[in-house]
Write a protein of this length. Structure first.
Length: 259
């Protein structure tokens, strides 16, 4: 119990003691580090004797402070309570969840209602033939594979759905349906395909981020990473991954819930 114990949480290192980590024995951290409990594979010591936890490293600062102090002590103007709530739910720290609810009530912010978020994404290759000009009177038939991606998002929380649309720049009716869902379709332009042919085929890219950080979503991992960010920001937790739970960002279907 004297420590120190070093954790690598999402790439950020924290040093603490076993006494702090097991302050709430019924929590996930309490179970992980309880005396006599075998470590699961993803918690085996990495290089340098660090224990790796694949969660948000920035938010873990407040998790650890709560374990040390026994009270919630957030900076003035802290605006990531939804993310912190999601992390507290993952670690199953009930007193922290209760403290967050009290904080929201004192600020006049209602606790989020139960909601469901579902994201499906699929890809299909398409062989495109085009004429490439090699000289004044010389044209050559070329081919290139274009990967087309289709995604469907369903969310019963209108605020989260609006944030999802904003994240992917969905503003017009040809890409946004009414109700609790919308559809996206995009195809990154291969370097070998001339821009004029890309436009002629009616293909379009998918962008995310706001002004100054606009970036193209190239494939499934980039898309699902953005969905995961928005979901956590709105208090959802990951409920299921299909087909392989060990390969989240290359999956075909993610399901999130909020109780």
């Amino acid at each position: 119990f004297g420590g120190p114990v070093t954790l690598n949480v999402g790439g950020t290192l924290y040093s603490t003691t076993l006494e702090t980590l097991t302050r709430f024995p019924d929590s996930m951290l309490g179970a992980m580090f309880r005396a006599g409990t075998p470590m699961t594979p993803n918690l085996n010591p990495q290089g340098g004797g660090h224990y790796f936890i694949d969660r948000d490293g920035k938010a873990f600062r407040h998790i650890l402070n709560f374990l040390r102090l026994g009270r919630l002590d957030l900076p003035c103007g802290y605006g990531e309570t939804a993310l912190l709530r999601a992390e507290a739910d993952f670690y199953q720290i009930r007193p922290l969840l209760d403290a967050l609810r009290e904080l929201e009530a004192s600020q006049g912010t209602p606790a989020p209602t139960a909601a469901l978020l579902h994201a499906d994404v699929d890809s299909s290759p398409r062989l495109v033939h085009f004429s490439a000009r090699r000289g004044p009177h010389h044209y050559e038939l070329s081919s290139v594979q274009v990967d087309t991606f289709r995604a469907n998002l369903f969310c019963t929380d209108p605020e989260c759905l609006g944030a999802m649309r904003a994240r992917f720049g969905v503003a017009n009716e040809d890409r946004a349906e009414g109700g609790p869902h919308f559809h996206l379709e995009w195809a990154p332009c291969p370097a070998e395909l001339p821009e004029v042919e890309y436009r002629r085929l009616g293909l379009q890219p998918l962008w995310t981020g706001g002004p100054g950080e606009r970036r193209e979503v190239v494939g499934t991992p980039g898309f699902l990473e953005e969905v995961l960010r928005v979901a956590l920001e709105h208090g959802f937790r990951l409920d299921s991954v299909f087909p392989d739970p060990e390969d989240l960002l290359n999956s075909r279907s993610l399901r999130f819930v909020r109780h």
